[in-house]
Design a protein around this ligand. Structure first.
Ligand SMILES: [Zn+2]
Length: 205
């Protein structure tokens, strides 16, 4: 089975509780401490097996193989990936059966993560996620006053649009944001704006 490690918690001793997202399930697994184990890390894509036992509700994680990409060793790129994947864990917490959309989205990101500024991949993917969940407000109606936004758009958490004058925060040009919401492209945003969008994403899914 293949999946992405979205969370690692320390259990007693050096044992670990590891959460993995696969195509249609989210698994909480247990790994006993052992020197013979391969190294694992948050964000790794792995091939693995689960061993169920009558003694525990949590299956044991076995035969782990890291399905590595070259960029996994690039510190900054990996760090952004780990931040991003952690939001999936928080967002899907306690849901066992998940739609395969989430795994497929991670697959797409994992492939594209090395191509460019990974924050662009993250934001474009996050917009797809919002759309999939029916939470993408591409009508550009202000969240605060409920009137149409004609030019500068400010974004709240989960990319909720509002007038710049209504929430007094950073703002973006409407056509650029429309390009992002409709075509899932960050092409028209410069790196400074990308950083702002990333900060908004980091407020939480
Ligand atoms: Zn408004």
């Amino acid at each position: 089975m293949q999946g992405y490690i979205t969370n690692i918690n320390k259990a007693r001793d050096e044992d670990l509780i590891i959460t993995i997202i696969t195509a249609n399930k989210q698994y909480t697994t247990y790994r006993f401490y052992g020197a013979r184990h391969s190294t694992i890390n948050l964000g790794y894509k792995i091939d693995f097996e689960l061993q169920h036992s009558y003694k525990s509700q949590i299956p044991q994680l076995r035969s782990v193989l890291h399905l590595a990409k070259k960029w996994n060793t690039e510190h900054q790129r990996m760090y952004v990936w780990q931040q991003f994947i952690k939001f999936f864990y928080i967002h899907l917490r306690d849901i066992e059966n998940i739609e395969k959309f989430y795994f497929e989205l991670l697959e797409e990101c994992y492939e594209k993560w090395s191509e460019q500024n990974p924050k662009r991949v993250a934001i474009e993917s996050y917009i797809k996620l919002l759309e999939f969940e029916g939470r993408l407000h591409d009508d550009f109606i202000c969240f605060e006053c409920e009137k149409k936004i004609e030019k500068d758009v400010s974004l709240l958490r989960a990319f909720l649009p509002a007038h710049k004058e209504c929430i007094y925060t950073n703002s973006f040009n409407l056509p650029n944001l429309r390009e992002l919401f409709v075509n899932k492209s960050t092409l028209f945003f410069n790196d400074e704006e990308m950083e702002l969008l990333w900060q908004i994403l980091c407020e939480g899914f």
